[in-house]
Design a protein around this ligand. Structure first.
Ligand code: ADP
Length: 346
């Protein structure tokens, strides 16, 4: 009882100065205006003291209870006792604070979910990287080991094994380059250099490079005619990377027919489309092909080389151009990847 009394009083310590001052002013004015004799002033002093104590006690009690309520709420949050902000209920006098605590709780919950997601992504990324690295390294080791164990002197296979080992080292190199690119992009370190450039020259250069691998597969590769003076805005090197990725996919996933490079001029922009008559992408995979390491089941199981990083890089680069990569595809009919760039105003 006495301890409680002391405890509540101690909670009103911060008001003592103001209350004593107020009481003194009251006493002085009373004695001055009413010309109270000294014994009356002493009784009044005593009365004021008692009133002050009662006042401080009730103030302190209210404060102590409020502080306890806040402490309990914080403790409950720390112990994860609330599942949703609505479970946080405080008394009427603390309604403002309750709102703030709820907002803080929501924010913390969001941060935690975000961190858990990041952690999950990091784990998946590491898992994927190790898995993807393992494939070419194992293959390389296998061929080199077979050669060292004698195949080197077997003229029927030695060149073939060396070529295969070389191809796997190329795959490894491509994977590492893609990994470097994706980590630079995602950490915001990829510097872009935007300027206007001539689209016709740009696409013709790419056409010349890609023509040969397409012809090797007996695929018709068509670059549609476009305005020779058309200039577009973007990072030419990064867009070369985009076109190479889209076109090499188109050729890789097309067995017969054609790959077409289409340019459509609009009022303020230019659409660039890569269309193929290949295997297409199943509808359920369409949204996922831009995720890093994502390959459709069909292509995972096949021996078509790929890292599953190409389209993720394409997506990032196109988004850095304030644009969006779009895809429409029909299984066994073909796919069309497209994006738009800003056109130079005449
Ligand atoms: P990959 O290195 O596997 O080609 P990408 O990120 O470039 O990785 O593509 C992801 C997946 O999307 C591919 O594995 C393939 O399943 C699918 N894909 C991409 N482009 C095409 C296309 N033109 N035709 C059919 N499937 C495609």
């Amino acid at each position: 009882m006495w301890n409680n009394f002391k405890n509540y009083l101690s909670h009103s310590k911060i008001f003592v100065k103001e209350i004593v001052l107020l009481s003194l002013v009251f006493l002085l004015s009373a004695s001055f205006f009413f010309h109270y004799p000294i014994h009356k002033i002493i009784s009044l002093l005593f009365l004021t003291f008692v009133i002050d104590i009662v006042f401080l006690y009730s103030l302190g009690k209210k404060r102590a209870l409020e502080i306890d309520e806040i402490k309990t709420t914080i403790k409950n949050i720390r112990k994860n006792k609330y599942n949703s902000p609505n479970e946080i209920q405080m008394s009427k006098s603390l309604v403002d604070l309750e709102g703030n605590i709820k907002a803080m709780f929501k924010r913390t919950q969001r941060d935690i979910t975000q961190m858990q997601k990041l952690e999950q992504t990091r784990k998946e990324f590491l898992g994927n990287v190790s898995h993807e690295l393992r494939t070419p390294i194992f293959a390389l080791q296998g061929f080199l080991e077979t050669l060292l164990n004698g195949a080197l002197y077997d003229e029927k296979v030695n060149k073939q094994f060396l070529e295969k080992a070389y191809r796997h080292s190329e795959n490894l190199n491509a994977l590492l380059n893609d990994l470097i690119d994706i980590s630079m992009i995602e950490s915001g370190q990829m510097r872009m250099s935007f300027r206007y450039f001539n689209l016709n020259n740009f696409l013709n250069e790419i056409y010349q490079q890609v023509k040969e691998p397409a012809e090797r597969k007996n695929i018709q590769f068509i670059l549609n005619k476009l305005d020779p003076d058309l200039d577009v805005y973007g990072d030419k090197d990064r867009l070369t990377q985009v076109m190479n990725n889209l076109l090499s996919n188109a050729i890789k996933y097309t067995e017969k027919g054609r790959v077409e490079l289409i340019v459509e001029e609009k009022q303020k922009s230019v659409w660039i489309k890569v269309k193929d008559t290949g295997v297409g992408i199943p509808q359920e995979d369409l949204n996922r092909v831009f995720e890093r390491f994502y390959r459709t089941d069909r292509d995972r199981s096949k021996t078509i080389p790929g890292t599953g990083l190409g389209l993720a890089i394409v997506k990032h680069i196109i988004e850095a151009h304030d644009s969006k990569i779009e895809v429409v595809s029909d299984k066994d009919v073909g796919s069309e990847f497209s994006f738009k760039l800003k056109k130079h105003k005449d």
